[in-house]
Design a protein around this ligand. Structure first.
Ligand code: GLY
Length: 416
């Protein structure tokens, strides 16, 4: 089976690494892919936004499955476009992707389908938003830009002034463009968070092991929010908690998309918080998590590609994917200046010294001569598995010690 993977980050590098192990794989291609992914896949020079060229490429190269990594092409309708041409896609329809691309759409979907989530109000203009904020008595409160904002559109506002500032930034200054035309104001919830990622074929689901990412830049959950500075998988949950997630989140999600006729073949990623009142959904995403994927893929012992194809064939029901009982820890190495202003072009040393057993997934690197230089905010995900979280941490950090680039930042408490 020839497969085309869309995307270029650490998540896609990890997916390519796992798909490459499938006995069913013929050729693997990636668009746009990355320099490091060229060791696993052919990367034709086609933009991930050029759906027509992608479709022609699929025809010419007998692609049997397209796997879409990032949310942006999904929100632009890549899945609908290719499906209409008869190409099988793992990645939801544009309407399905709205569960990530519009907070309002997601919250109203959760509400209609009794999926537990924080109480919320949608605010359609800045004057109304200011009025509602002035009436609000409970702080902190959460203000979210409705549309995609590269993970930066959520503010936890400690007081009225901070909430008004968020409204001014999102709705008036439009720091995220049209994504701030509406905002969702939400109850603030407290508890431990976890990332629940499930494969969905539109009728049934298969839940991957639960993971947790570390979103703040610095140890002890200090510093600014980032795309994620590392992840650990699995996160130990009580069996009753797992059953509750399956029943109240995943099954209700699948029932909801069926009832509302939302075509959805792909990943449901539910960001959960475990409140004293039980697990609640903070957000839905419609793609694999990054860096969660880098800590899940090394634990997949079975054939991931077979499961992705089964989703595209609406044939997931009853299928199982073998998962190792080990633990995986993935540490992100980020550029100096990340997240605001990442430095680029810094030489990366020591990659060849990484001990066997650790994996290095490239998120933002550029090939230069025989090596790599930094090319983005999050540069590498250094990953290792072990029989315990301690062992996985020790192996991952032993590998991190070998790597260096000017300004390199990473957390030392991933998995703690
Ligand atoms: N790690 C969070 C995300 O992928 O959105």
């Amino acid at each position: 089976m020839n497969v085309l993977l869309i995307g270029s980050g650490g998540r896609e590098h990890a997916l390519a690494w796992k798909i490459k192990q499938s006995p069913q794989l013929g050729r693997l291609f990636a668009i746009p892919g990355s320099a490091a992914m060229k060791n696993l896949a052919d990367c034709p020079a086609i933009s991930q936004d050029d759906f027509e060229a992608i479709s022609e490429f699929c025809g010419a190269n007998k692609i049997e499955l397209v796997v879409v990594g990032p949310e942006a092409p999904l929100a632009k309708g890549i899945s609908d476009f290719l499906s209409e041409k008869g190409i099988k896609v793992f990645g939801p329809s544009q309407k399905g992707a709205m569960l990530e691309a519009s907070k309002q759409f997601a919250k109203e979907f959760m509400y209609r389908n009794s999926i537990p989530t924080a109480a919320f109000t949608v605010l359609y203009d800045a004057a109304l938003a200011r009025e509602k904020i002035k009436e609000n008595k409970r702080y902190p409160v959460v203000i979210k830009a409705d549309g995609l904002a590269a993970g930066k559109g959520v503010r936890i506002c400690a007081n009225e002034g901070a909430a008004l500032e968020a409204v001014a930034d999102f709705m008036e200054r439009r720091i995220f463009g049209a994504s701030g035309s509406k905002v969702v104001m939400e109850e603030f919830l407290t508890g431990r968070e976890a990332s629940v990622i499930a494969l969905v074929d539109g009728e049934s689901f298969f839940m991957l092991p639960v993971s947790r990412d570390h979103k703040r830049l610095r140890d002890g959950d200090e510093g600014p929010n980032t795309g994620g500075m590392g992840a650990v998988c699995p996160v130990e949950l009580e069996p009753a908690g797992l059953e509750l997630i399956k029943k109240e989140v995943l099954q209700r999600f699948v029932d909801g998309i069926k009832k509302e006729q939302i075509p959805f073949c792909g990943v449901l990623f539910a960001g959960l918080i475990f409140t004293p009142g039980g697990p609640k959904v903070l957000e839905f995403n419609c793609r694999f998590g990054d860096p969660e994927t880098q800590s899940i893929m090394p634990l997949v012992a079975g054939d991931l590609l077979q499961m992705l194809k089964a989703c595209a064939d609406k044939d997931l029901s009853g299928r199982k994917l073998e998962i190792s009982r080990k633990t995986c820890v993935s540490v992100v190495l980020a550029s100096g200046g990340y997240p605001e202003n990442p430095e680029k072009g810094k030489e990366i040393t020591g990659l060849y010294k990484v001990p066997a057993g650790a994996l290095v997934f490239h998120a933002g690197t550029v090939k230069k001569d025989d090596g790599y230089v930094t090319g983005g905010g999050r540069v590498l995900s250094v990953t290792a598995t072990g029989d315990s979280v301690e062992e996985a941490r020790q192996k991952a950090y032993a590998a991190v010690e070998k790597i260096n680039f000017e300004g390199m930042q990473y957390r030392k408490d991933i998995g703690l």
